[in-house]
Design a protein. Structure first.
Length: 133
C-alpha cells in the first residue's frame, strides 16, 4: 500500500483511526495533540468520510494531517482535497502522479469549503465591485 503525504511524520505522533460511522463532533477538544487522523473509506460508494473530514477541518478546527484510507480512487482526488484530506493511502497504480495533477485540476470552484479558495460567485462579485468602484 502506497502512502502519499507532503512530509513524513515521526513514528511517535499520536494517531486516531476512525471508521466512517464515528460521530467526529463528539471528539471535541480530545483532538488536542493528535497529529494524524485516518478516515476509512470501506467502499468507494460510501462518502461518509468526506463529511467527517469537513467537520474535522471546518467545525472542529483540526489542522494536522488528515489521511484518506481504504477504497480511495484516483477519480476522487479533487474532491478529497477540497474536503481537507492532505495524505492518502492507496494501492491504485499511478496515484502519486494523479495526486499532483488533481492539486491544479480545477482553477475555479463552485462550492464553498474550508480550504480558503474563493468560489466562482465570490470572484464574480469581487470583479463586479472592482469595476463599479
Amino acid at each position: 500500500m502506497e502512502i502519499l503525504r507532503e512530509e513524513p511524520l515521526p513514528p511517535e505522533v499520536p494517531t486516531l483511526m476512525l471508521p466512517n460511522t464515528e460521530d467526529v463532533l463528539k471528539l471535541g477538544d480530545r483532538l488536542d495533540g493528535v497529529g494524524l487522523i485516518i478516515l476509512d473509506f470501506p467502499k468507494f460508494t460510501d462518502g461518509r468520510a468526506y463529511t467527517q473530514a469537513r467537520l474535522l477541518r471546518e467545525r472542529l478546527g483540526y489542522t494536522a494531517e488528515l489521511r484518506a484510507a481504504g477504497a480511495v480512487l484516483i477519480d476522487q482526488l479533487p474532491f478529497l482535497l477540497r474536503c481537507g484530506f492532505d495524505s492518502f493511502s492507496s494501492t491504485q497504480k499511478g496515484f502519486g502522479e494523479a495526486l499532483a495533477k488533481a492539486r491544479t485540476l480545477f482553477s475555479v470552484v463552485y462550492q464553498p469549503t474550508g480550504d480558503g479558495r474563493a468560489t466562482a460567485n465570490q470572484l464574480r462579485l469581487k470583479r463586479r465591485n472592482a469595476v463599479a468602484a
